[in-house]
Design a protein around this ligand. Structure first.
Ligand SMILES: [Zn+2]
Length: 610
């Protein structure tokens, strides 16, 4: 800090304050810091309640006695019933049940050392890292013995609550009275003011206010939580206080201790994630849940901390009564009746595909799905272990029905979830395109056009120009060979597609002259004009210039007068900007046409010579 100030004084051009702001490490500027209200709250309670200090001394004595005792009477597994009071003024503060459950999950992972990030505990501390055997469960019975989710909700008029008046714990102050604090861990979630993330009450405090309070932005791992306090560790930390843990640095210098032997001494809290920080002559345990580091940095309690917490559940312990709580009733599981999925969703429907999904059913081993066109008689049936199907090869413009049933113990095969959907492809039927006539002799031509998706058939009409006689043919295919043509006669043809019952419009009329060279009369031809294709013949060698942007394969054919191929140069790559040579030897004067079929299937035709 001194160095920064000195540097800033040397910069005469910058205002001093601006210079300070620019040079200060980011961590000292806007970075949010953990701020726990538990110690201030303890101080305040000790002043207000003369009996509390005495009770806390008793609890310390119990902790020491239990630590020395071979038979402490502390059960291995301790389950604490929890009630979460959501006190909100707006919808954001009215956090979801899912957010509450995400916090309960974190508490259980952290206190049982089942947290996935326990793998990041530094090797120096692995020998003392420990689970506590303490777990947490949302109550399923309220104080009147009625079923409950373990979550209460109350709308309040208060913009924010403060630890100074404990207002969130009193109905009369806009909060919620606790459920009996010797039977439930009460957690209030609200908008906490004064920059405090949360505060927990130590054992020995007033039973009227016992529990922990957490800001709604720091509770759980989803919803409106904000980094770097979005992994539920604020509640782990405050419940640590509620279970009698002190801050790991003992809230003072190296002499002040957290009353736990296996945590290293420290003379200050650590913020952010000061990996490798040292304090009081040793490595600081910045990963401890009772430090002030960011959520992502924390990952352990120690064995000593676990024993200190567990001592509260000895027969003489301050929180022993929780073990007798009527807040959790373990019910015999009901006879399993496995329902079908709650719903079946169909998305991304095209002419041929659709994606089907359904929410998983608890207890289902698999799902049986079956599909058929609406009104069909045959179901297509299959069993899936996952909860989605990508349907393919559907018929265009067809309504389908679909049923999904759960498979597993207690499943009723007749109980299904249904969905119907219709494939696309029914849009305005279109006319066939790319009509082509390929001459197959003086009096015969093969007519073809691009096959249309969804077309069930075609109607072809053709006639000789000047004649009234129109020939109509209904076809399954997109080709038809016309014979008996009059050589030299000009013919017109057009075609329309059928889509089941529906008929599309006729195509444009195309024409060809019977007995003349191939590929006549179609818009795929580039015959004549344009210098993008340049041919130069000298002796038996032809040099071809073909303008192209990128190298691409082409097929070149040399044709006779009737359009019959004399030689085909199978696909070979043409380089951009490089003319290439073809060998014409042995073909004599029969070559009349040069044809180049490009990578897109278009044919470019040139007549050679006269
Ligand atoms: Zn704290």
């Amino acid at each position: 800090m001194k160095d920064v100030a000195a540097t800033c004084l040397a910069f005469h051009r910058l205002p001093f304050w601006l210079c300070l702001l620019l040079l200060l490490p980011a961590g000292l500027r806007a970075q949010p810091r953990r701020n726990c209200g538990a110690m201030d709250h303890l101080e305040q309670q000790l002043q207000a309640d003369p009996g509390m200090a005495y009770r806390m001394r008793q609890i310390e004595q119990n902790t020491e006695t239990v630590a020395k005792s071979a038979f402490s009477g502390v059960p291995d597994r301790i389950v604490i019933p929890v009630v979460v009071h959501v006190v909100y003024r707006n919808e954001e503060e009215n956090i979801s049940d899912a957010q509450v459950r995400s916090q309960i999950r974190v508490l259980n992972e952290d206190f049982l050392r089942e947290n996935p990030d326990s793998i990041y505990t530094p090797s120096e501390f692995l020998s003392v890292a420990a689970g506590s055997g303490i777990s947490f469960q949302l109550a399923n019975r309220d104080p009147q013995g009625k079923p409950t989710t373990g979550i209460t909700r109350r709308r309040t008029h208060r913009v924010a609550f403060y630890s100074s008046d404990n207002g969130v714990k009193y109905e009369a102050m806009g909060g919620v009275d606790p459920w009996p604090t010797d039977q439930y861990l009460n957690i209030w979630v609200c908008n906490l003011g004064a920059g405090v993330l949360g505060y927990g009450q130590f054992p020995g405090g007033s039973s009227e206010t016992d529990g922990v309070v957490i800001g709604y932005k720091y509770f759980g791992t989803q919803g409106p939580v904000v980094a770097p306090f979005n992994q539920g560790r604020t509640t782990t930390h405050e419940v640590g206080h509620w279970l009698n843990l002190r801050h790991i640095w003992g809230d003072g210098n190296c002499e002040l201790d957290d009353l736990v032997d296996d945590t290293p001494a420290a003379d200050r809290p650590h913020h952010g994630c000061e990996t490798g920080a040292e304090s009081c002559g040793g490595l600081s345990m910045i990963e401890n849940f009772m430090d002030y580091t960011d959520d992502a940095c924390m990952n352990l309690f120690t064995r000593g901390q676990a024993e200190r917490m567990r001592a509260l559940f000895a027969p003489t312990g301050a929180r022993r009564m929780l073990l007798e709580s009527p807040g959790i009733v373990v019910e015999a599981p009901p006879v399993a009746v496995l329902p079908p999925p709650a719903r079946v969703e169909v998305q991304g429907v095209t002419a041929q595909t659709a994606r089907v999904s359904w929410p998983p059913v608890a207890g289902a081993e698999a799902y049986r799905a079956r599909l058929r066109p609406v009104g069909g008689t045959q179901w297509a049936e299959r069993t899936f272990s996952h909860t989605f199907i990508n349907l393919t090869y559907l018929q265009a413009c067809t309504p389908y029905e679909l049923e999904v049933a759960s498979v597993g113990r207690g499943a009723d095969p007749a109980a299904v979830s249904r969905a119907t959907f219709q494939t696309t492809g029914c849009a305005e039927p279109v006319a066939p395109t790319e009509l082509m006539a390929q001459l197959q002799g003086p009096d015969q031509a093969s007519l073809s056009w691009r096959d249309l998706p969804g077309a069930t058939g075609y109607r072809l009409q053709y006639k000789r120009a000047g004649s009234r006689e129109v020939v109509t043919r209904d076809l399954q295919d997109n080709t038809f060979v016309v014979s008996g043509l009059r050589p030299g006669g000009r013919y017109l043809f057009r075609v329309r597609a059928f889509f089941g019952e529906e008929r599309g419009p006729y195509s444009q009329v195309e024409s060809f002259v019977a007995g003349q060279p191939a590929f006549v009369g179609t818009h795929r031809l580039e015959a004549g004009g344009g210098d993008y294709l340049r041919l130069h013949v000298q002796g038996a060698q032809m040099t071809v210039g073909y303008d192209i942007d990128e190298p691409a394969p082409v097929v070149i054919r040399l044709l006779d007068e009737q359009g019959q191929p004399l030689r085909t140069f199978d696909p070979f790559s043409v380089q951009a900007g490089s003319p290439f040579d073809l060998d014409l030897s042995g073909l004599g004067a029969a070559v009349r046409y040069f044809s180049l079929e490009d990578a897109d299937g278009f044919v470019h035709l040139r007549r050679l010579g006269g």
